[in-house]
Design a binder for this molecule. Sequence first.
Ligand code: GDP
Ligand code: MG
Length: 436
Amino acid sequence: LSEKLESAFKNLKGEARINDLNIANTVKDIRRALVDADVNFKIAKEFTDKVKEKATGEKVINAISPGQLMVKIVQDELTELVGGKEADFNITGNPAVILIAGLQGSGKTTFTGKLATYLKTKKGKSPLVVAADIYRPAAIDQLTVLAEQIGVDIYAERENKDAVSIAQNAIKHAKANNKNVVIIDTAGRLAVDEVMMTEVANIKAAVNPTEILFVVDAMTGQDAVNTAKTFNERLDFSGVVLTKLDGDTRGGAALSIKYTVNKPIKFMSSGEKMDTLDIFYPERMAQRILGMGDITSLVEKAQEQYNEEQAKRLEKKIRKNQFDFQDFLDQLQQIKKMGNLKDLMGMIPGVGKAIKDVEVNDDSFKGIEAIIFSMTPEERSNPDLIDAKRKARIAKGSGKDLNEVNAFMKQFEQMKKMMTMMNKMPMGGRLPGIGG
Ligand code: GDP
Ligand code: MG
């Protein structure tokens, strides 16, 4: 989708101001791009009609380029269409009851684990996860393993074949054991099916959930919309969870689902790891759909890990050309702490596509780390100390050969020079928007 949009905006490059003709052309391209991304034609048309109307109204402004203006209008409209502001998530009540529904394989059980982790670690809650999938014993096993992994209590009844009573018993259990959020993971079928629908509807009627979250695989395109519609008619759910956004999809489903059922998307999932639950931010999704890269998330993630003071100290050292191996090692550890390196790099606009087939992982750093680990503290803080004899010792210690150590030392010197140079530039040499 992003490539198509890029070419749509290219139409506007070089045009001095927006006029009816370039609006019409651009709008047509945007519409085609949306339709190609599985956005329903009617939705795409309505969307582009709105963009057209706004762009025409903005004709007189020529302070910014038409391309930029169109990007802004499209982005604002997309943001509005996927939800405007981030939605509330209600966990009041004692216990709060969260019902998870959706087709088999959509990611319900995985999301249940993620949500429990999130509520426990970020919200200070004491969650109880409930295995209400009575058809597949493996489903109970799966949640049991997850619960153990994340250190959260689980409620299951292997002999009970009535999901409704399991849910009711789970809530009693939660009350008796001071659990303040109950997350009920239900059974799904491969396709919408009456038995499944009745069962979930019955659980809803019996436990009166605080939130009903409909989980849907973002990669299923137009099917996702139909499924959402059916579940909503039956359950009147309170929010949507969009999963598997780590796949190739750019999120066209988010657009169509929000438009069709008019329920907020509350969470998104982009990986199987338990700590990757993300709140759904409409603005960022709009940016993602536009292919701008999720800059805001990147900045936030970086800032979470990055200590302001440390950054200042480092900057000073760089300015004085005193950046040493220990600093470098610290930086490596910081980067690794931020999470999956490839995910992280993928958030930089333009980089995601470039590294799609490249193996980037923590192992890429192992060789470098081994070399630095084999240096004494004196050597790390004073690279000039490292003579031929010391180099040979370091090579031996790290299991690398002398050439590799030499190459790394040379790279390090070059990098240091570059950093010092960049730091003397007006912007401090930082990436725009990524403050330290
Ligand atoms: P359920 O049948 O709805 O409970 O679905 P599961 O939670 O068992 O997930 C089905 C499969 O999708 C499993 O292999 C999960 O590991 C995987 N999965 C779930 N969420 C995500 C996600 O956000 N990204 C990716 N890549 N895989 C996911
Ligand atoms: Mg499951």
